[in-house]
Design a protein around this ligand. Structure first.
Ligand SMILES: Cc1cc2nc3c(=O)[nH]c(=O)nc-3n(C[C@H](O)[C@H](O)[C@H](O)COP(=O)(O)OP(=O)(O)OC[C@H]3O[C@@H](n4cnc5c(N)ncnc54)[C@H](O)[C@@H]3O)c2cc1C
Length: 452
């Protein structure tokens, strides 16, 4: 007998967890992650989460988001995100999420391209605080089953309707599971790049699978490079030196230890300036000085970054730190509407894997945790509101052979699972390359893949 649920959520980052928590408690939910529960990019977020501090900041917040996105943002999505921000922060606090305070008041910080202090944070481990707290609640929920080291390898769909998926289980078997609704929350595409701040297992699986099933994508060539990650000659994930470090006064220097740029420029603009300087200096990095921070004690404000740099051999209190840009965020993704619905029936996408147009051509710092939470909640609410339509759906229990006939799948495709995933990634690369070339986007997008 095949397993079936009301809702399956793919991913245990903030988007997946918040969606699961906002689903009706009488619905059976399965949440899966291809790694362990804590291995999500959400957990790595350092800088913080934006919030509409007060009504006076609305226009500036809107303008900052639009300007960073080169005005290619969907205005309605931006408005929805900003208008929902206070409720989402209140939800988080009700779950027990802590934010740093000063003199008993919430402490708002600022990052590049923000004209006001509107970012809440918990020290420099905001993602860990939010994701860890949400996960604790997910674990407690009786209606939510969790499966770690379980990978979605394909969707089961027919007539543009999603009915389930095929999992590779933690013991290596292939298992079909069915659901009345499915929420994809599988994060970005960093894992397909040589230099990325993302976990290497976050390889855009939903995007590759969407391409295979002709589910609509949007802005697939819009990729954000973070200007400052700790340089290392070794391969692997790059450690991010948060933008708030520059927000608090850290400065950038060239080889000759001279300043060469305004450190608070938007990410894409700053990245290009750093690349130009690296080229000019014939160096694989530029220098960042946290010694220039006078507003706060960096050991207290950025304990995680300070510790990490020390471990890598740099004392940020006394030394310059080598930094280099790296792939950081995917603005594009599976095209969704304001309620996170994809072009396929009963299929939703939330968080970094989707594109609702909030970020336009470039994400404003600390907007992605907020966007993930706001639109994950909207997906869950939409599913709850449309329960009746889903109730009538009959999920059949089918034999493996019948699954092939009904869903047009070929089990042999999954025999060599590594080649299968390589081909999904190859297709993503191909699409990014094609669109980047056509629209003359930054060559970095496709010249820095792991291979190809
Ligand atoms: C180093 C770093 C710092 C950041 N700092 C900030 C910040 O300060 N503020 C901010 O707003 N944003 C920040 N971001 C961006 C933000 O963290 C992410 O955009 C956001 O957390 C994405 O959340 P998500 O839930 O969509 O995906 P993720 O948190 O990436 O979670 C993806 C989940 O999907 C699972 N998964 C993937 N593929 C499959 C599959 N095939 N089958 C099953 N499971 C799968 C993964 O295992 C994981 O559980 C940062 C990102 C990084 C990398």
């Amino acid at each position: 007998m095949n397993k079936s649920y009301d809702i399956i959520v793919v991913g245990t980052g903030v988007a997946g967890c918040f969606a699961a928590l906002n689903l009706p408690p009488d619905k059976s939910v399965l949440i899966i992650t291809k790694a362990s529960l804590l291995d999500s990019d959400s957990y790595l977020a350092q800088g913080g989460i934006c919030v509409l501090k007060d009504e006076e900041d609305y226009s500036l917040f809107f303008e900052d988001t639009m300007r960073a996105g080169h005005y290619q943002n969907n205005r309605e999505s931006v408005e929805t995100m900003i208008r929902s921000s206070q409720t989402v922060i209140a939800d988080l606090m009700a779950y027990g999420v802590r934010f740093s305070c000063q003199n008993g008041e919430l402490s708002y910080t600022r990052e590049g391209a923000h004209q006001a202090n509107r970012i809440l944070h918990y020290e420099d481990i905001t993602g860990q605080e939010i994701t860890g707290t949400l996960l604790r609640h997910v674990i407690e929920k009786e209606n939510i089953a969790i499966r770690e080291h379980t990978t979605m390898i394909d969707l089961l769909c027919r007539e543009n309707t999603c009915e389930g998926m095929i999992l590779k289980t933690s013991t290596g078997e292939y298992e079909p599971v069915f659901a009345k609704n499915i929420i994809l929350a599988s994060g970005g595409i960093g894992g397909i790049y040589k230099h990325t701040t993302n976990f290497s297992h976050i390889t855009g699986d939903s995007i590759g699978i969407a391409l295979k099933h002709h589910i609509q994508l949007q802005n697939i060539n819009l990729i954000q490079i973070h200007p400052t990650t700790l340089y290392s000659p070794k391969p692997g994930r790059r450690f991010l030196i948060s933008e708030s470090v520059r927000g608090e006064g850290a400065l950038l220097y060239n080889k000759a230890k001279e300043r060469f740029v305004n450190e608070l420029l938007a990410r894409d603009v700053l990245t290009n300036k750093i690349y130009k300087q690296m080229k000019k200096d014939k160096m694989p990095y530029v220098w960042l000085s946290m010694k220039d921070i006078t507003k706060c004690d960096i050991r207290k404000r950025f304990p995680n970054i300070y510790r990490h740099c020390l471990m890598a051999g740099y004392d940020a209190l006394n030394e310059y730190i080598p930094v280099v840009p790296a792939q950081h965020y995917f603005m594009g993704g599976i095209r969704v509407d304001l309620n996170s619905k994809t072009s396929m029936k009963h299929l939703y996408a939330v968080g970094e894997t989707c594109c609702n147009g909030v970020h336009g051509a470039n994400r404003l710092a600390s907007n992605s945790l907020l966007e993930s939470l706001v639109f994950a909640k909207r997906a869950a609410r939409t599913i709850a509101d449309n329960q009746q339509a889903s109730e009538g759906r009959k999920i059949e229990s089918l034999s493996s052979k019948k699954l092939e006939d009904v869903y047009g799948i070929d089990w042999n495709t999954y025999d060599h699972i590594d080649s299968y995933f390589s081909s999904l990634m190859e297709n993503i690369r191909g699409e990014i390359e094609k669109k980047s070339r056509k629209e003359l986007h930054n060559e970095w997008n496709y010249n820095h893949f792991k291979c190809g």
